[in-house]
Design a protein. Structure first.
Length: 205
């Protein structure tokens, strides 16, 4: 639905668990007239494990909490230096199927990274965005009552060491990378603003 209302909220750095509950509450309370929202934030270190998450994908305890959540997918890491975007959208109103939404989210990340001279791409069978086979952007969604929540996380200048303690998104040995290793200068706030612009454009395409 071109031009559908989209409210953007910059939450700053917020704990994961209460933000997760707020997404659930927002989705449960919304009506046909509730505008869609895009939440931009950053989290203290946390592992999140999806509905089908297998405990063996956490390879060792490094003191980072694990939160079991209701999105699809396996285990991933969130922490300082990422831009996290949560998409709380009415897919029926936007006439979007889940696969198309995932494609548009990936395209927004690919286009954003191109702004910084980084060539990113999709990888068949592994949702997300990759540079040279290394994951730089992770995706995970929950669709309930025709509406989405959860979203994506982009590694800007995050510490990548915690990824060594997991099989990222369930893939053993999956390498990860970050923007700060691939371009000269990167500012998280600027990246977040560019991501919002690209998401607005791809969602309205």
């Amino acid at each position: 639905m071109s031009g559908a209302a989209l409210r953007v909220r910059d939450l700053g750095r917020v704990d994961y668990a209460p933000t997760y509950r707020s997404m659930q509450d927002f989705n449960a309370a919304r009506t046909d007239d509730t505008p869609d929202e895009l939440w931009i934030c950053e989290h203290p270190p946390v592992f999140t494990q999806g509905l089908a998450g297998k405990p063996e994908h956490l390879l060792r305890d490094v003191g980072i909490p694990v939160v079991k959540i209701d999105r699809g997918g396996q285990i991933t890491y969130h922490g300082p230096g990422q831009v996290v975007a949560y998409l709380l959208l009415d897919l029926r109103r936007r006439k979007l199927m889940v696969r198309e939404l995932v494609n548009r989210m990936e395209q927004a990340l690919i286009d954003l990274l191109a702004d910084y001279g980084i060539l990113a791409e999709r990888l068949a069978g592994a949702p997300g965005v990759y540079v040279g086979g290394a994951k730089i952007g992770a995706l995970g969604l929950r669709i309930k009552n025709g509406c989405s929540y959860h979203g994506l996380a982009l590694n800007v200048d995050a510490d990548l060491a915690p990824f060594d303690a997991i099989n990222p998104c369930g893939y053993e040995g999956m390498p990860v990378t970050r923007m700060s290793d691939l371009c000269m200068e990167v500012d998280r706030k600027e990246v977040a603003a560019r991501l919002v612009a690209h998401l607005r454009r791809t969602l309205d395409a």
